[in-house]
Design a binder for this molecule. Sequence first.
Ligand code: DX5
Ligand code: ZN
Length: 219
Amino acid sequence: MIAPSILSADFAKLGSEADAVKGADWLHVDVMDGHFVPNLTLGLPVVQSLLKATDIPIDCHLMIEDPARWAPGYAEAGAHNVTFHAEATDDPIAVAKDIHAAGAKAGLSIKPGTDLDPYLEILKSFDTLLVMSVEPGFGGQSFIAGVLDKVRRVRSLVDSGELRILVEIDGGINADTIEQAAEAGVDCFVAGSAVYGAADPAEAVKSLRAQALSGRALQ
Ligand code: DX5
Ligand code: ZN
């Protein structure tokens, strides 16, 4: 699955920027609050408008403090998947429950420096694990290959049937990095600058997907 990140799109024309990636599996929307991360992007009203403007399922990535307070609203609005950060809450399971009750899939995200082990037990409460492969906050950063050990660990638990979860990766995914991420076992690839920085974003989605499939075949 390829999830273009609209962080790299033109915010003055988000409707047509969503149209520009027809064929994408999810549309990744980065919500940043200027507290959990230093950057500030957009919030619920923009997501509500985007939901009306596109049929592509919306994948909300909440880089915010107090997800217990805010995350369910994105699910109620109609987002397909709502992901929040493990580092931002003491009770991730309760937040996942509220997201599910509001009708969306729930995702847990971990920063590059966050250990996966303390969270393995609770992953059964989630549909998605979003492994950050850059420090959250900005698009266009370089891929941190060291996080692929976390991907491999979760992939092996999924393959052995111990866990059912979709493994998503976010940050620095492009033509040079997507194959190694696919080979490690990623299911869903977020790509911002590699898609919206391309002359033809829809074509970039197709070619990233083809590369991901060939990387996965090496597994
Ligand atoms: C970064 C965001 C990413 C970002 C990725 O904090 O979570 O989704 O848009 O951008 P690229 O693909 O350019 O690294
Ligand atoms: Zn993101």
